[in-house]
Design a protein around this ligand. Structure first.
Ligand SMILES: Nc1ncnc2c1ncn2[C@@H]1O[C@H](COP(=O)(O)OP(=O)(O)OP(=O)(O)O)[C@@H](O)[C@H]1O
Length: 356
């Protein structure tokens, strides 16, 4: 299962060349500054424009190559935009029927009732779009796209038009979809929090070129190309809640690199959570730290030591049980600790953000 493509796109004043090799499952975030070409790439994948010298294969189907081109309406894809674009004269239920009709019985990969339940829109079916909140409209738009039975879901900044409260209302639904449905999603966003929370895979665009693509944790931990997802470089890791300490409002979470105590976010024991650990919150010690206020320390080995734009700083990539971590130190500290690749150290983690 994979999405393999090459696109050579040329507008007056902008060109984009992209070789894609993406997994055919999970959420791939297309991330990059405004004007870097994210929407252009999504539109090319949808077949909204036909570019010569381009090809696209989704799983086992060729959607376009040198000799063939499947028009958009024949590509089994769902497309969700920033604005819901529901039919204003049709009720929610009828809007959904429209999606389901497009699928045709044979192509239907999803069950209507399941989708309605997943997106929590059962109580809205009789309502007209004008009487829905922005977040509700977007949930209906996502359901309608899914009911077409897509093999690929394209989402172009689906939360960008919503305020923070509405956005936070939708994110859990997207997480549930991700955990429940086996449909690959290409998700355009320039919002670091969405990417950190949802993506499994990251494709970073800059000025019409792909500067990085790969699994989220690995890509964020690259020291040759730190990708500041928001304020700073750092990693995102998946972990499981194992225990809570009600007295101190803490939860113990476990990931392949060890366990950490984090502020309790109320998630059920056993549930999967995402951790965001910024490079500036990780320091390095040669011995297991004792008598420190920092409660989280993990054994790790040094993978790589890279320079930072400021000559006083170094970015160190650590490996804790095959999970990458980034630590920012002064070069002087790195020198005093005589850090070299392969060295065994302790990573002291001052702050962990629990996402979602
Ligand atoms: N149809 C078109 N004709 C000419 N230029 C275009 C066309 N569509 C997009 N462009 C140009 O291509 C560049 C990339 O645009 P695109 O919308 O893909 O960026 P983006 O990364 O999605 O940005 P944003 O995050 O702001 O939505 C821009 O410079 C834009 O002006």
């Amino acid at each position: 299962m994979s999405i393999v493509a090459r696109f050579a796109i040329r507008y007056a004043g902008f060109s984009l060349t992209a070789e894609l090799d993406l997994p055919g499952h999970g959420i791939t975030a297309l991330f990059g500054p405004s004007g870097s070409g994210k929407s252009t790439l999504l539109r090319a994948i949808a077949g909204l424009e036909r570019w010569p010298a381009s090809h696209l294969r989704v799983n086992d189907s060729v959607w376009q190559d040198a000799t063939s081109f499947l028009p958009t309406h024949r590509r089994p894809l769902g497309y969700v935009f920033q604005h819901a674009n529901l039919f204003p004269h049709l009720s929610v239920g009828r809007n959904l029927d429209y999606g389901a009709r497009r699928a045709g019985a044979a192509a239907r990969r999803v069950v209507r009732d399941d989708i309605i339940e997943l997106l929590g829109i059962g109580v809205l079916l009789e309502r007209m779009p004008a009487r829905l909140s922005g977040g509700e409209q977007q949930r209906v738009a996502i359901a309608r796209a899914l009911l077409t039975g897509p093999e690929l879901l394209l989402m172009d900044e689906p939360l960008a038009a919503l305020d923070l409260a509405r956005k936070n209302e939708i994110l859990p639904y997207l997480e549930t979809l991700h955990d429940t449905l086996d449909i690959p999603v290409l998700y355009v966003s320039h919002a670091p929090d969405e990417v950190a929370r949802l993506a499994d895979h990251l494709l970073v665009l800059d000025a019409g070129a792909i500067v990085a693509q790969g699994p989220l944790a690995e890509t964020l931990a690259r020291t040759d190309l730190p990708i500041p997802l928001g304020e700073d470089a750092g990693v995102v890791l998946d972990a499981y809640v194992r225990e809570r300490d009600a007295r101190w409002h803490l939860a113990r979470v476990e990931f392949p690199g060890g366990e950490l105590w984090v502020r309790d976010g109320g998630q059920a024991i056993g549930s999967r959570v995402r951790l965001r650990i910024l490079a500036r919150d990780v320091s390095i010690a040669l011995e297991r730290p004792e008598g420190s206020s920092i409660m989280n320390a993990l054994p790790a080995t040094v993978d790589e030591i890279a320079g930072e734009p400021h000559p006083a700083l170094a970015l160190v990539r650590l490996n804790a049980g095959n999970s990458p971590l980034l630590a920012r130190l002064t070069r002087r500290s790195a020198d005093l600790l005589a850090l070299t690749p392969g060295a065994s150290v302790w990573a002291q983690i001052k702050a962990v953000a629990l996402i979602g």
